[in-house]
Write a protein that binds this ligand. Structure first.
Ligand code: GLP
Length: 247
């Protein structure tokens, strides 16, 4: 696990955007050989998406041969709800770049059979030979995707109840009303992320400092699922100064 420290949230995001651009361009994807990119939601990746859109507008990157898999989605929110991860991804990235809508994969939190939805999602990732680069954020309790404390480190895509701390943190997106935050989500598992060839994590702000300390200086621990990246042969954690406060 490599740790990269940047001055602030914007420069950390800029570092990751350039990293992704370099990876995709070096891979030089084609229709027969697409680049498979895992993507997160949350406030931390927003400046990364902004930089990627700017790079696309400048002709520095194309998403034509990129296939995306999002990490997670709330259960029960309509797809067009302003806080669904489907809406988030389209508003922040997909509507502004040349990605083929058929190449966008987001878990359907309204599927009639949620377990089947998760099994199919995992199978589709395998069908493409796995994720080349999984970008992720981290919750203040150290979760990656929605792999809340206590998640099995060998977990795959599945239905998960959200931790109280996550619902509290995400209430800011629902007019501060915790009662409006969905209680369950579909999420890729820890092992789904571990199987990616490369994992890049963004963590910015003082609220992530304890999680970063536990993930980097603590042992591999299912109470802080980010820590399992210590075992990944190619993982990168990019933080700003504030997120290093407990190191
Ligand atoms: C949610 C998402 C995570 C994300 C986390 C942190 O719980 N499921 O994937 O990493 O929020 O979000 P933020 O970047 O807004 O702090």
């Amino acid at each position: 696990m490599r740790l990269i420290i940047r001055e602030d949230a914007d420069t950390a995001a800029e570092y990751i955007a350039e990293y992704i651009i370099e990876r995709i361009n070096t891979f030089a994807p084609t229709t027969e050989r697409p680049f498979i990119l895992g993507l997160p939601t949350g406030s931390s990746p927003v400046p990364i998406y902004r930089s990627l859109v700017t790079a696309y507008q400048m002709g520095r990157i194309s998403f034509r041969h990129v296939i995306t898999f999002n990490m997670d989605e709330y259960v029960g929110l309509p797809r067009d709800h302003p806080e669904s991860y489907y809406t988030f991804m389209h508003t922040n990235l997909f509507n502004h770049v040349d990605i083929d809508p058929d190449n966008i994969n987001i878990l359907n939190g309204n599927a009639p059979d949620l377990q089947e939805e998760c099994t199919m999602y995992e199978a589709k990732i395998q069908k493409y030979g796995g994720i080349h680069l999984f970008l992720g954020g981290v919750g203040s309790d150290g979760h990656i995707a929605f792999n809340e404390p206590g998640s099995s480190l060998s977990s795959r895509t599945r239905l998960k109840s959200l931790a109280y701390e996550t619902m509290l943190a995400n209430a800011r997106f629902f007019n501060g009303d915790m009662g409006l935050v969905p209680r369950m989500a579909l999420t890729v598992g820890v092992q789904t992320i571990m199987n990616a060839k490369e994992v890049v994590i963004i963590a910015t702000g003082a609220s992530k400092a304890l999680a970063i300390q536990s993930a980097i200086e603590g042992g591999v621990n299912h109470m802080c699922t980010l820590s399992c990246l210590q075992l990944h042969p190619c993982s990168l954690v990019v933080v700003d100064q504030d997120a290093t406060m407990e190191l």
